[in-house]
Design a protein around this ligand. Structure first.
Ligand code: HPA
Length: 246
């Protein structure tokens, strides 16, 4: 609650939308107008920087006439953060009054239509990370113990995203995201198996934040940029550089 109070003292106007920036999307922060930049390390109880040293910055400001809180620098399970640490920023923003969470990430395409340089709006997910941020002693401040996920991804937000993508002539699909822990990319056998289980794209993030947001009743839109065809589906080998570039 200290973190919530701290943030509320930092903004002139409450943000309505929180945006988590995925791999390679750091440039988006330049579009925030009148931004107040709050380093994560100055916010009470925000997780400490990982070994790589990227601590992260929260940008509070205006985008397209909407007050936003932009999280630049996300925590991943594969960095050694606990599931509770990964979702802490989202929980704090939701408790501070954010109504909508937009989570973005890079992902590998599994469905034939999920091609590089297209977007995928999540219709649903498979949690194969082997953990759940809602597990452990129950803290009622974070919401209910048992959370319904039958409509985790908000239909209205998704249809707005579809309309915007059509208007901007962006290539997009809707589909099911599967989250793995990483950090190794998948084997071709894993990708074949995941495809049969209904996954359209694969990545190493996003699901923990979605679970925490839904526990607090925050509406969610999740968008992957498809950066590559998943392992075994193209002749290319996978690399982080290619993911960032795409
Ligand atoms: N697999 C897992 N995570 C990813 C991928 C992938 O192919 N591309 C970008 N993030």
């Amino acid at each position: 609650m200290k973190a919530v109070k701290f943030l509320q003292s930092r903004w002139r106007e409450r943000p309505r939308v929180a945006i988590v920036l995925g791999s390679g999307l750091g440039d988006v922060v330049q579009q925030v107008q009148g931004a107040v930049r709050v380093p994560y390390r100055s916010i009470p109880f925000f997780p400490p920087p990982s070994v790589q040293g990227h601590s992260g910055v929260l940008h509070l400001g205006n985008m397209a006439r909407t007050q936003v809180a932009l999280l630049e620098g996300r925590m991943h399970l594969y960095e050694g953060y606990s599931p509770a640490e990964v979702v802490f920023p989202v929980r704090v923003l939701a408790l501070a009054g954010v109504e909508v969470l937009i989570v973005t990430c890079a992902a590998g395409g599994i469905a034939p239509r999920a091609v590089p340089a297209s977007l995928m709006f999540f219709s649903d997910h498979l949690n194969f990370q082997g953990s759940n941020p809602l597990a452990g002693p129950h803290d009622a401040r974070w919401g209910q113990r048992f959370v319904d996920l039958s409509k985790a991804y908000d239909r209205d937000l998704r249809s707005s995203a579809v309309k915007a993508a059509r208007r901007l002539k962006l290539k997009f699909t809707e589909g099911v995201y599967v989250a793995l822990q990483g950090p190794s990319y998948e084997t071709p056998a894993e990708i074949r198996a995941l495809g049969r289980l209904g996954a359209d794209a694969v990545g190493m993030s996003t699901v923990p934040e979605v679970l925490a947001a839904r526990q607090l009743g925050t509406r969610v839109l999740a968008i992957a940029t498809i950066s590559n065809r998943a392992a075994g589906l193209s002749k290319k080998l996978l690399s982080h550089e290619e993911v960032l570039e795409e």
